[in-house]
Design a protein around this ligand. Structure first.
Ligand code: NAP
Length: 402
């Protein structure tokens, strides 16, 4: 019998503090059994003082020290991790979760790291009936749960699943934290050192089971084009690289329930006409700067302007943030449909902290399907998570069939 329901690993991170605040506001210190963990006692005590109270237990551990990690991993039903870059700090923790029959969720967007977890731990976690669920933040819950919602609604009405879905980001307002920027940089550094990482990143099916890595989808959009569906210029969406792979893994894990020829893609909407075209050009410029070779001089200049670990968008920016995702759907009889997923606060932190907290609560308390292993939000938590997102996390899901 585990003593705790949830332990938040990395409560001192920008996102971890928000998750701690969310769970404390909802449950206080006694309605569920939970604790916070990190490497620095003083910082953890400060967080506890600011957003919770002294009844919340604290665990001290270091990502590289198995003994200290296992002291808290053993004691909890769920570890909820915000310590990233995950490929630097996350592997020992996941291994210990599998060793100690502990469910796990995080907010990584590092596809190459998820691939390494699948290869090392999927089969063992599956046989031990443990759920290891990555990408429970803005990447990739709105995409993965959006497709899950759409497909289930379409199936009820049309008696068949949609054959293609194109997600377009129609509006988004928020900011970036130092931890996210450092995770993007770390991914680039690792990929420039080890070119095999690009194989995972460039393969649309890079997170599928090894014998199921084929399908009709091509690489994510890398240029500006005019898009018929949205009647607008579109340009690359930075999160597409992880989101589309998670959606395809969900399909593969459910025995290709949406069909082996199901197609999914994502892009950003810029608008119509010449102004839309220029908007797309201006938006692509910062993306190109972020994606520069990490060893280049120009990249070092860009880095100096970006937030440092621990920093991120302030409360006003988070409250005034939002996202509006449109899904253009083609059914198997070529009829079309349209869906929206809307989030009520900034994607990366306000909304992500609620989605991650609800995922951890879902893993700890809900009666979930028998899908185990290194899996995805929709394949591991399905309807139970969908309801939590709608009821508690400020997400809305809407479908219209034309
Ligand atoms: N999916 C999404 O939508 C989404 C959204 C937001 C963030 N993220 C990801 O979440 C991660 C966290 O981002 P953030 O900005 O919140 O991070 P952050 O503020 O930079 O915090 C990093 C955390 O890692 C801890 N840490 C570093 N080295 C450690 C070690 N050796 N042992 C134990 N803890 C260690 C830090 O502890 P100290 O405080 O003691 O230094 C801190 O708690 C990043 O990977 C980011 O990409 C994803």
């Amino acid at each position: 019998m585990k003593k705790f329901d949830i332990i938040i690993w990395g409560a001192t991170s920008f996102t971890g503090k928000l998750v701690t605040e969310y769970i404390f506001k909802k449950y206080g210190s006694s309605k569920i059994k939970w604790a916070i963990a990190g490497r620095n006692l003083k910082k953890l005590e400060k967080i506890r003082y600011q957003v919770a109270d002294e009844n919340i237990p604290i665990f001290i551990a270091d990502s590289f020290d198995e003994e200290s990690l296992s002291k808290f991993v053993k004691k909890t039903k769920v570890v909820c991790s915000t310590v990233g870059p995950y490929s630097l700090y996350g592997t020992k923790l996941v291994k210990l979760c599998v060793d100690n029959n502990t469910n796990y969720c995080d907010i990584t967007g590092e596809a190459h790291w998820i691939r390494s977890l699948i290869d090392r731990f999927h089969e063992e976690a599956k046989s031990k009936k443990i759920k290891i669920i990555n990408s429970c933040g803005f990447d990739s819950i709105p995409s993965d749960m959006g497709v899950y919602f759409i497909q289930n609604e379409i199936k009820k009405i049309n008696n068949n699943y949609a054959k293609s879905i194109k997600m377009r980001v129609a509006g988004i307002r928020g900011g970036i934290s130092g931890g996210t920027y450092s995770s993007i940089n770390n991914l680039l550094k690792e990929a420039y050192r080890d070119k095999s990482i690009f194989k995972v990143l460039n393969n649309p099916y890079g997170l599928n089971p090894k014998d199921k890595m084929e399908g009709l989808d091509k690489k994510d959009l890398r240029k500006i084009i005019f898009d018929k569906e949205s009647n607008s210029w579109i340009y690359p969406f930075i999160m597409a690289g992880i989101n589309t792979k998670i959606v395809r893994r969900s399909n593969a894990l459910s025995n290709f329930i949406y069909g082996k020829d199901f197609r999914y893609e994502e892009a950003m909407i810029a608008g119509k006409g010449i102004s839309g075209f220029w908007k797309a050009i201006l938006a692509v410029f910062p993306l190109a700067m972020i994606g520069l070779n990490p060893n280049s001089f120009l990249k070092k200049i860009v880095d100096s302007f970006m937030p440092k670990p621990g920093e991120g968008p302030g409360i006003e920016k988070r409250k005034n943030g939002f996202y509006n995702l449109r899904f253009y759907i083609t059914l198997n009889n070529n009829r079309t449909a349209f869906a929206k997923v809307i989030g009520d606060s900034d994607p990366g932190y306000g909304s992500t902290s609620k989605m991650l907290a609800e995922s951890a609560l879902c893993l700890a308390f809900d009666n979930l399907s028998d899908n185990y292993g290194v899996i995805t939000p929709s394949s591991g938590m399905g309807d139970k998570l969908l309801n939590r997102l709608k009821e508690n996390a400020g997400l809305s899901f809407e479908l219209k069939i034309k």
